[in-house]
Design a protein around this ligand. Structure first.
Ligand code: C2O
Ligand code: CU
Length: 468
């Protein structure tokens, strides 16, 4: 696995695991006892489009993208000492982890951004096992695009898959210029902000184009797919290789799910864990189908000499069921963007004029307001169940994300949702699509609720809620 070579700058100060971490960090098993990681955000140079391509100036955790894979264990405390060696402030958000508010890493809401040269200690006990990720949460439309993200795996109390049968595939679409370099000049382009976000033209998996991985033949394998794209909705068809879903957004399903509609849409920030057992010797080509089918990774099937055993079952995490009868009801109307209609859009307490749109780049709104409001979108007492009905009056799909909480999708477009899976990010259909979600607001603090198409979030699709 050549991808591990680029991970040599991985620091893991866990005793006894350090030497292993240098060579196979993605396969490192979490151990008991407190865990301590160090992460440094820093610029690095990388030939994004292969060894013969031009050098791109990127930002990465420990000088690589993705940053080191962090492996925590459910319920066990983990500390990440973070240092900012960038020329601008930043912060780290632990996407999907239902953690303490002060550790959520949202600059300007839960913490001050970490200045250049500054440090911050993140400490939390991840309550849920599963596939998560971490990324910059300060001007994330730029910082994530430049490479500031990594995988965060929270392991089940007892290992369910052997390390060689547990594969993280973190996908990202980079935008390259004509020289094949990272196209920094187009960052922040109004065209992207007002349309479908910044889409790239170079797809990588764990930082590499079209990598190959090995999976053991005849064994149960877990593929953890993470969409780290700024705005691209990835499309894939796991049925082509017999993959069944065992988790969405980190949360285990009660049993493996064979998708009956494909391609499956994996929105920005969403994760899907697939269960595969492959008896054939033929390699599996994993394809992205949103454009011309593109093989983004190949899985070579190797003889392991091990029998498959019985079908593994992920233990469920312990999430509180919302009380739908007594829930508080809220409505979020999504408006704006190119070709959309919008009456007025308030930004910073003032109705925007046409000129303002160009200068502020605030072109989307929630309930008529662009970006953060003085008062939260909703404020409830701890333990209250809430139902949010989200209505999308824009001409684009969106990927809405709640911080600090996972929710259930009750309904899409008026039809009740059969999966009833827990999620932290949902896709909502364009031009009149609706989605009703429900969760127990049990985590005190100030939490963002925003579109995870990062240009949309920056251009107005960000609000917050408060649990007292
Ligand atoms: Cu993954 Cu507010 O973010
Ligand atoms: Cu959006």
């Amino acid at each position: 696995m050549s991808s591990t070579l680029t991970r040599r700058r991985f620091h893991q100060t866990l005793l006894g695991a350090a030497s292993l971490a240098l060579t196979r960090p993605t396969l490192l098993l979490a151990q008991d006892g407190p865990q301590h990681y160090e992460l440094v955000a820093q610029p690095y140079a990388h030939k994004l489009a292969g060894p013969s391509s031009e050098v791109s100036e990127l930002w990465g955790y420990d000088g690589q993208t993705p940053g080191p894979t962090i492996r925590a264990k459910r319920g066990k405390e983990i500390t990440v000492t973070f240092r900012n060696e960038l020329s601008e402030p930043t912060s780290i958000h632990w996407h999907g982890i239902r953690l303490q508010n002060a550790m959520d890493g949202v600059s300007g809401l839960t913490q001050d951004p970490v200045p250049p040269g500054g440090t911050f200690n993140y400490t939390f006990q991840p309550p849920d096992a599963g596939t998560y990720w971490y990324h910059a949460h300060h001007e994330s439309w730029k910082q994530v695009a430049m490479g500031l993200y990594g995988a965060l795996i929270v392991e089940e109390p007892e290992p369910v898959f052997a390390p060689e049968a547990d594969i993280v595939l973190m996908l990202d679409d980079w935008r390259l210029d004509r020289q094949g370099r990272f196209d920094a000049a187009s960052l922040g382009q109004m065209m992207d902000w007002s349309h479908g976000g910044r889409l790239g033209n170079h797809l990588t998996v764990n930082g590499q184009a079209q990598p190959r991985y090995q999976i053991p033949r005849g064994s149960w394998v877990r593929l953890r797919l993470i969409n780290a794209c700024n705005s691209r909705i990835l499309e894939m068809d796991p049925n082509r290789f017999g993959g069944r879903v065992i988790a969405f957004d980190g949360q285990a399903l009660s049993e493996p799910l064979k998708l009956d509609y494909t391609p499956h849409l994996l929105g920005p920030a969403q994760r899907v864990d697939l269960l595969v057992k492959y008896d054939d010797a033929k390699p599996i080509e994993m394809q992205e189908l949103s454009g011309q089918p593109y093989t983004f990774a190949t899985l070579d099937v190797v003889d392991s000499g091990q029998a498959g055993g019985s079908e593994p079952q992920l233990p469920a995490n312990n999430l509180p069921e919302p009380d739908l009868e007594n829930a508080g009801h809220f409505e979020l109307l999504m408006e704006g963007g190119a070709m959309g209609q919008m009456g007025q859009l308030v930004y910073n307490g003032r109705v925007q004029s046409r000129m303002d749109f160009m200068t502020n780049k605030q072109v989307w709104g929630f309930n008529g307001v662009a970006n953060m409001t003085e008062d939260p979108f909703l404020s409830v007492a701890r333990g209250q169940s809430v139902i949010i009905n989200v209505i999308n009056r824009t001409n684009f799909m969106h990927a809405m994300h709640t911080h600090g909480h996972h929710f259930k999708i009750l309904e899409r477009n008026g039809i009740s949702d059969s999966e009833q899976a827990w999620r932290d990010t949902f896709l909502i259909g364009a031009a009149g699509g609706t989605t009703r979600i429900a969760f127990v607001a049990d985590n005190p603090g100030k939490w963002l609720f925003h579109c995870h198409m990062l240009e949309h979030a920056a251009a107005g699709m960000t609000t917050w809620f408060e649990v007292a």
